[in-house]
Design a protein around this ligand. Structure first.
Ligand code: SF4
Ligand code: SF4
Length: 186
């Protein structure tokens, strides 16, 4: 179950790539403040944090970088409408390496929205012909909805989380010190 939840998104990405519609020669526009506003659920956030921990990349310097991203792009500001919800703001992703193919996260750990955003042109590769595979996202969601909802509820209960989705850097800091394990995601 763990590795299959992104299968259709990865298959689609590989298919486009085999046709030359990939991210080679692109500076990574979709990972920067120009168009990135990725949000993350407790489940997606846990997967990233567990992977960072297991690969010795969950460091204080990364935490500082994530916190700086939150400050710089004011990602932790509430809407002000009396509800605990956040404005969807764009930001340069703290994981982005500022180079071609600049995401260090493996496909099986990336947020679904990142995986579904693909190039659709063999030559122009700086965002002009890139868009989200909405149909694939919906198919993925339909195939996993019930199971994921129960895992997210379990994580919310166990870690006393009040949110369903947050800007990814805010979600990472909210869950940074929590005791997370793959068993929680089964
Ligand atoms: S997680 Fe990776 S693909 Fe997604 S915005 Fe960040 S650097 Fe880009
Ligand atoms: S999806 Fe588009 S904008 Fe994002 S890295 Fe690939 S080619 Fe560049």
């Amino acid at each position: 179950m763990l590795k299959n939840r992104r299968e259709n998104l990865i298959t689609r990405m590989i298919q486009l790539s085999s046709e030359g519609q990939d991210c080679q020669n692109c500076p990574g526009t979709c990972c920067t403040f120009q168009s990135n506003s990725m949000m993350s659920t407790p489940l997606e956030t846990s997967e990233i944090l567990i992977w960072l921990h297991s690969t010795q990349q969950k460091t204080e310097s990364l935490k500082e970088k994530i916190q700086n991203t939150i400050s710089q792009y004011r990602l932790d500001q509430l809407t002000g409408y009396g509800r605990r919800s956040f404005l969807r703001r764009t930001y340069t992703c703290p994981f982005f390496n500022h180079k071609e193919l600049g995401c260090p996260l493996p496909p099986e750990k990336k947020p679904y929205g990142c995986l579904a955003f693909n190039a659709h042109h063999k030559v122009e590769k700086a965002g002009e012909f890139c868009f989200s595979e909405t149909e694939e996202l919906i198919r993925r969601e339909e195939d996993n909805q019930a199971w994921e909802a129960s895992i997210n509820e379990k994580l919310k209960l166990k870690h006393k989380l009040w949110w369903d989705k947050l800007p990814m850097p805010v979600a990472l800091i909210e869950m940074w010190n929590m005791d997370l394990s793959n068993e929680d995601l089964l």
